[in-house]
Design a protein. Structure first.
Length: 271
């Protein structure tokens, strides 16, 4: 059983949603990423989503765009990100790590080399934002060979046909983009998200995660009532950015924020 499957199974048995925390690798400096990953787990993160810095992160709003810019300015490469996962695994063998990024760096490295490298380092899944399943068969096959789950995105605008295609192609879990826009751009419509997830569940048994709009403990607790995973990105990355010149404050404030979200998720009333 993969780490992702094991983690979702464990949480399902506890009738609890997973808390997924996103940070950009190398932001604000390469040497902080692995300690921050461990701090997030200690604060209550169930799954780490690690962003691969990219020069044109088209799905991301200004907060995560700025994080990518800081990481790239520090010289962080895809190879560096893979090494960060390997170092994280030296002290944590169980927390799932899912990469999130864009196709260009993967194509530059090559599908086989990339898939083999992240698998050997200890990654568990990947979200390739700009690769639709119709064009991702070759990469998907390589990821599967190396035990990497291919996590796909669905959106409020996804048609029933599109939902069916994604559900049949995805593994690990499905990431439901709760907003019409980029990360951190609007407020959640909880009733709409709940209804959409109910429709998607008719076509898949995969866990369903919700992201792009969770920015507080209240929002996390509300989403945790019906989603299998609550994904927080921009709100956490904003804390990292705001405290980039004070490492101690960054770690303290990021941990406190994730602790609040973890408590809200754990206390959520689920059916």
């Amino acid at each position: 059983m993969s780490r992702l499957a094991a983690r979702f199974s464990e949480l399902r048995n506890r009738n609890r949603s997973a808390l997924v925390t996103f940070i950009t690798a190398g932001d604000p400096a390469p040497d902080i990423t692995v300690p921050l990953m461990h701090a997030l787990v200690a604060a209550g993160a169930d799954i780490i989503e690690l962003g691969v810095p990219f020069s044109d992160p088209m799905a991301d709003g200004p907060v995560i765009q700025a994080a990518s810019e800081r990481a790239l300015a520090a010289g962080v490469s895809t190879v560096d990100v893979i090494e960060m996962i390997r170092r994280f695994r030296e002290d944590d063998a169980s927390t799932p790590v899912v990469l999130m990024g864009y196709l260009n760096p993967i194509e530059r490295m090559g599908y086989e080399k990339f898939s083999a490298a992240i698998g050997a380092a200890g990654a568990d899944g990947i979200i390739v934002v700009d690769m639709p399943p119709e064009e991702g068969r070759e990469l998907g096959a390589k990821l599967k060979e190396h035990g990497i789950d291919n996590v796909h995105l669905l959106a409020p605008t996804s048609t029933p046909e599109r939902i069916s295609l994604i559900c049949n192609d995805a593994s690990g879990f499905i990431y439901y983009v709760s907003l019409r826009g980029v990360t951190g751009s609007a407020t959640l419509d909880l009733d709409e998200v709940r209804a959409r997830l109910a429709d998607i569940r008719k076509q898949t048994a995969l866990p369903l995660g919700v992201g792009f709009g969770v920015d507080s403990a209240a929002a996390a607790g509300a989403v945790a009532q019906f989603a299998d995973a609550v994904i927080v990105g921009s709100a956490l990355v904003r804390i990292v950015g705001d405290n980039r010149d004070d490492r101690d404050a960054l770690m303290r404030k990021a941990s406190a924020f994730i602790g609040e979200l973890s408590s809200a998720v754990a206390q959520a009333e689920r059916p």
